[in-house]
Design a binder for this molecule. Structure first.
Ligand code: 5AD
Length: 347
């Protein structure tokens, strides 16, 4: 059992473990080990980012999606999903509100929706950059071609989020239809890095059929990709999907992984995600205390928030809402952290 502490020490020192070592750490999670890990993770994070927690204003621009991921509530086969898309003008109104509230990073996230052509997005990016000088824009719009990624980067996009979802081909095939391929996803991620984006990837914890070996593979893939951001959150079933009756992922395993990722990639921007907050009212705090340093409140128009339903009971009000920034600040202060009103770039 001493072994587990030694492995965490090794990870802390060398920022890497072998696949077998990852599996051993992941299979031996306990309260004492967590305490040991989280303290190290906080020390590492605090040494690089201090007590600052970065905020990102999340604008969910479209619930149309041409993909059919079995876990996702806005998959194209879900005929019960209510669809909406925001016009550039509506997106700018959200950003206006966000800027006023103190957000200096906007995340434009949506399903893969052909309405958002390169031309439309480039005009929008230029307008955002003109209106809010010094802000950062993150895109999270799924897979696109390298040339498209390049055009968007040149028009002002700074960062791109694209979770790999699982780094194992066989597991990927259990979560997606045939025409969605892990290979394509990985090619997109490496293209984004080549172009110069700050790149984010990640996966769901406890997705159907996920094994400990798969999680080890996810961590090895993240090590190889070396992204600036990593998003992980528990899988949560959506009742109108093929995985509607599968159990949710574990909150404790998610925060354990947050701590491990902090030690593996010390500089990474690591959010305590909405999914974590959805499963546990203290999820955000637990995430931050395990090494996370980002939260992403919802800036979407209140009218459409319920429609961006990736999983059941997804939070979009209370402290998840950008309007409640004061309360989020208070909660972070209670655990010793400060919400920073800055772009919150990778250091
Ligand atoms: N539970 C948790 N996370 C989900 N996502 C999609 N569906 C679910 C779900 N049912 C995550 C995916 C995607 C991100 C935008 O939301 O990992 O990359």
């Amino acid at each position: 059992m001493r072994d587990r502490y030694e492995l965490i020490d090794k990870l802390h020192k060398t920022h890497a473990l072998s696949k077998e070592e990852w599996i051993r750490v992941l299979e031996n999670q306990s309260e004492e080990v967590c305490r040991y890990l989280f303290e190290k993770a906080r020390t590492v994070r605090d040494a690089i980012y201090g007590k600052d927690i970065y905020i990102r204003g999340l604008i969910e621009i479209s619930s149309y999606c041409k993909n059919d991921c079995y876990y996702c509530g806005i998959r194209r086969s879900n005929q019960k999903a209510e669809r909406y898309r925001l016009t550039p003008e509506e997106i700018l109104q959200c950003a206006d509100e966000g800027w006023r509230l103190g957000f200096r990073t906007f995340v434009l996230q949506g399903g893969e929706d052909g309405y958002y052509t390169d031309a439309l997005l480039c005009d929008l990016l230029k307008e955002i950059k003109k209106r809010y000088p010094g802000c950062a824009v993150t895109l999270s719009l799924g897979e696109r071609g390298e040339e498209s990624f390049r055009r968007l980067f040149e028009a002002g996009a700074d960062r791109y989020l694209l979770r790999h979802e699982t780094a194992n081909d066989a597991h990927y095939a259990k979560l997606h239809p045939d025409y969605q391929q892990l290979k394509t996803r990985k090619e997109c991620l490496f293209a984004l890095k080549r172009i110069g984006y700050q790149v984010g990837s990640g996966f769901m914890v406890g997705s159907p059929f996920q094994t400990t070996e798969n999680l080890a593979e996810d961590l090895l893939f993240l090590k190889e990709l070396d992204p600036q951001m990593v998003g992980i959150g528990p899988f949560i079933p959506h009742h109108d999907t093929p995985f509607g009756s599968y159990p949710s992922g574990s909150v404790s395993l998610t925060i354990f992984l947050l701590g491990l990722i902090r030690l593996m990639l010390p500089h990474v921007l690591l959010p305590a995600t909405t999914a974590l907050g959805t499963l546990d009212p203290q999820g955000r705090e637990k995430g931050v205390l395990a090494g996370a340093n980002v939260v992403m409140p919802n800036l979407s128009p209140v009218m459409v928030r319920k429609k961006y339903s990736l999983y059941d009971n997804k939070l979009c009000t209370g402290d998840e809402a950008a309007e409640s920034l004061a309360s989020l600040k208070e909660r972070m202060k209670k655990i010793g952290y400060t919400v920073a009103e800055s772009r919150g770039d990778y250091r």
